[in-house]
Design a protein around this ligand. Structure first.
Ligand SMILES: [Mn+2]
Length: 499
């Protein structure tokens, strides 16, 4: 019998005070079981490196209320990822603590004036908060310094480090309770490393975000036709994820690129807001993921706007699909992510040679001339979890970032290990910013068939992205979108998905 105590997530766990869900058919998560397990894993890791007399109190500052510039407009709050990981708190301006000796968990909630109930609804009592979050104790923030001093910890373990994707610093809490030494060395690497290896329950949340996002990709395919605006596909995605899956937010700004825009890797930004009208004969590239319980999906599909691939589009598409398929088949514990980037490059370059864009050498020659990075200037994939580019890609112990073109863009160079969730997103793009100089480059130009390459510039590009969990024996994709040419054309003609 499944119970809330043994199963942290599921569609069928009973609804208790600590259950997160968004109504019928949505995933239910027992916050107490889900985060209790994550806290235990962190404690084990810290207890292994901290001698008994140096085991203090982990102290985290949650996300703060934000304002749009100087106005009183507040964007929808999204909890800071480390805070969500350990406690699952949905509200802003909280603090959390965890005793490394006893394992006891504490939360500190802002004490709001009674009058706020008019604007925010009934204010919860401490006991109601404790039931919602399933921790050992909840106190008000204004009592926090006294409560923590009363626990007499030898130190406060606080976060301090660098996010290797953004390059931004993760800083310790701004105003920790005074009079207790701060310990800044151990928490950041331990907690970051925990986040790299997902529990089965975390994988189930990412699987749910993938099920919702995958169905939304199929809905976009079915709704597409020449003459639509790119943002109308984006709107279909957002509506489907929220109305059908309870996913209120996109994981990142959706990319709905058509024609030459598909070669622009971060198209969809404020200066290029998915605002082109799609034409008969275009390819569309959709990179859209949704978020559930702060965990996300990150999915890319590419398809012909009119529902039928041209032979030229099909050649590029199948080269990328071969790379995608062969990487998925080769992934298993111990495999270097750098070697998977090279495998993807090989398959894409083989496909381009078969299509007549490359000539005069072997695939090894093309690789040595760095033609891989010319057609796929980004990394093959990145960790995914509470952040789209999830943490832990480059731990201090290595492996270090490669200096080689293309490989240098990888967000991790690690060996695959069970529990890692990583995207597999090979792509092939015809970007004039890269191709026109390459046609003048003495090394690269001797392998590029100029007239054929020039005839592909309007194609834009193809990217196919799945979210994959590394298992003991291999890897499992959590993404279920139409992938083969036949599946894409059938769904675009109105066919059901999944079949
Ligand atoms: Mn991605």
């Amino acid at each position: 019998m499944a119970t809330a105590q043994t199963h942290a997530v599921g569609l069928d766990i009973p609804i208790e005070a600590d259950t997160y869900h968004m109504g019928p058919g949505t995933l239910r998560i027992s916050r107490k079981a889900f985060h209790g397990k994550l806290r235990s894993r962190l404690l084990e890791r810290l207890q292994a490196v901290l001698p008994e007399d140096q085991r203090g109190l982990i102290f985290l500052e949650g996300g703060k209320e934000q304002h749009q510039y100087t106005s009183d407009g507040e964007p929808l709050f999204r909890q800071e990822a480390y805070m969500h990981y350990l406690f699952g708190v949905q509200e802003n301006d909280w603090f959390g603590a965890l005793c490394v000796k006893t394992g006891k968990s504490y939360l500190f909630a802002p004490r709001l004036p009674d009058s706020y109930a008019v604007w925010m609804g009934k204010l919860k009592s401490l006991e109601e908060w404790r039931a919602k979050y399933g921790v050992d104790a909840v106190h008000w923030v204004d009592e926090m310094a006294d409560v923590i001093r009363g626990l007499q910890p030898p130190c406060l373990h606080v976060l301090h480090g660098k996010n290797t994707d953004s390059g931004l610093d993760v800083l310790p809490p701004a105003a920790p309770p005074p009079g207790i030494p701060l310990e800044q060395q151990h928490l950041f690497p331990a907690l970051t490393e925990c986040r790299v290896f997902k529990t089965p329950e975390e994988v189930e949340v990412i699987r749910y975000a993938n099920a919702v996002g995958s169905a939304a990709h199929a809905a976009m395919m079915r709704s597409c036709r020449p003459g639509l605006m790119e943002y109308q596909l984006e709107a279909t995605f957002l509506h489907h994820c929220y109305s059908q899956g309870g996913c209120r937010s996109a994981m990142y700004t959706p990319i709905a690129a058509s024609g030459p825009n598909a070669a622009i890797l971060h198209y969809g930004h404020a200066g290029a807001p998915n605002d082109r009208q799609m034409c008969d004969g275009d390819l569309a590239l959709l990179d859209c993921g949704c978020e559930y319980y702060v965990y996300g999906s990150d999915i890319t599909t590419t398809w012909p706007v009119n529902g039928k691939f041209t032979p030229q589009q099909r050649g590029v598409y199948e080269a990328v699909m071969t790379a995608h398929r062969d990487v998925l088949a080769a992934m298993k514990p111990g495999v270097s992510w750098l070697s998977m980037q090279e495998l993807a490059y090989r398959r894409i370059l083989e496909g381009l040679a078969a299509a007549g864009l490359l000539a005069g050498g072997s695939v090894d020659d093309y690789l040595a001339a760095e033609l891989g990075a010319l057609f796929m200037p980004h990394g093959l994939g990145h960790f995914l979890g509470l952040n789209t580019h999830d943490v832990g890609g480059y731990p201090p112990a290595g492996p270090a970032r490669s200096a080689r073109p293309g490989f240098s863009r990888l967000r991790t160079a690690r060996l695959l290990q069970p529990g890692m969730v990583i995207t597999v997103e090979p792509g092939c793009y015809f970007n004039p910013v890269l191709l026109l100089p390459a046609l003048e480059d003495p090394v690269q130009s001797k392998y590029l068939v100029r007239d054929v390459v020039m005839s592909y510039l309007q194609l834009g590009g193809v990217r196919l992205e799945d979210n994959v969990v590394v298992t003991e024996g291999g890897a499992e994709s959590l993404t279920r979108v139409p992938r083969s040419v036949e599946e894409v054309e059938r769904v675009m003609a109105g066919g059901d998905w999944p079949q």
